[in-house]
Design a binder for this molecule. Structure first.
Ligand code: FAD
Length: 244
């Protein structure tokens, strides 16, 4: 983990309230799939946790949705702006020897699945991807997965794009049989996945301040009643380990 200066290379809107930001930072060279960074927002004391979506040499790609004041400020950063990034943080998705995996992303849980998909492809696995959104205007990253040679199954709750329904409806409709899942998305999605699959990993979100295990702001409880820190022990946990 290190704290580095980062230069904004690009920052573009890619869906409703969703921005893709490329930053030049050394952290890109170390970041693993499913890890995250804490990015400084000009004018704010606390940094904001955002998942590593993609890396190429010293370029780090983050994708974030405007959820409050901090992410609204991030969306306005122009190319050339300077900020700082702390990371890489947390335990990412392990790259196991599974032969067949299904990756699921819900909304802004989709970004970390891109680098995870690449890691599993590089490890020789057959990779299916299912992405869930509320409506057609929220959909992003189809092209990025296609560039990896994967045609993602897109699902929307209102049926305005792809399969109508949740990611689990998408799995059913596409006839995906892999029983090993890697997922990131909103809690109801992760709960549904955890009651359907027993093998794999889910990436959790919790409000956090420090991001590296000191403040205990992001504590959740595991199935044995023990406290786990989402930032340091996670955000990626084996399915069923943490009470959702
Ligand atoms: C490990 C991790 C990875 C994440 N990756 C992404 C991502 O790739 N893309 C994306 O769009 N969002 C991601 N989030 C959620 C993102 O951090 C929040 O949406 C963002 O911090 C909201 O900041 P804000 O100032 O706009 O909102 P406000 O609600 O004004 O934030 C106020 C405070 O609450 C914290 N906070 C608010 N919501 C969350 C949240 N859901 N999780 C953690 N802290 C929160 C903020 O950091 C800030 O300190 C991630 C969260 C975690 C924990």
């Amino acid at each position: 983990m290190k704290d580095t200066n980062a230069i904004v290379l690009s920052n573009v809107r890619i869906a409703n309230d969703v921005y893709k930001m490329e930053l030049r930072t050394d952290i890109a060279k170390e970041a693993k799939p499913g890890q995250f960074v804490q990015i400084t927002v000009p004018g704010f004391y606390l940094r904001r946790p955002i998942s590593v979506s993609w890396t190429q040499d010293d370029v780090l790609t983050l994708v974030f949705k405007i959820m409050g004041e901090g992410t609204a400020v991030l969306s306005k950063l122009q190319p050339g702006a300077e900020t700082s990034v702390l990371g890489p943080l947390g335990q990412g998705f392990p790259v196991t020897a599974e032969k067949e995996v299904v990756l699921m992303g819900g909304g802004v849980g989709t970004p970390p699945m891109l680098k995870t998909a690449k890691a599993y492809l590089d490890a020789g696995a057959k990779v299916d991807v299912v992405l869930g959104f509320n409506t057609a205007g929220d959909v992003f990253y189809v092209d990025e997965f296609e560039q990896l040679g994967i045609t993602p199954v897109v699902c929307t709750m209102d049926g305005s794009a792809g399969v109508k329904g949740t990611v689990l409806d998408g799995v059913k409709s596409a006839g995906i049989t892999a029983d090993y899942v890697l997922a990131c998305g909103p809690l109801p999605m992760l709960r549904a996945i955890s009651s359907t699959y027993t093998k794999g990993y889910v990436s959790l979100e919790s409000r956090m301040a420090c991001g590296f295990g000191v403040c205990n702001g992001c504590v959740m409880t595991d199935k044995n009643g023990m406290a786990v820190r989402v930032c340091k022990n996670g955000p990626v946990f084996p399915i069923g380990k943490v009470v959702l």
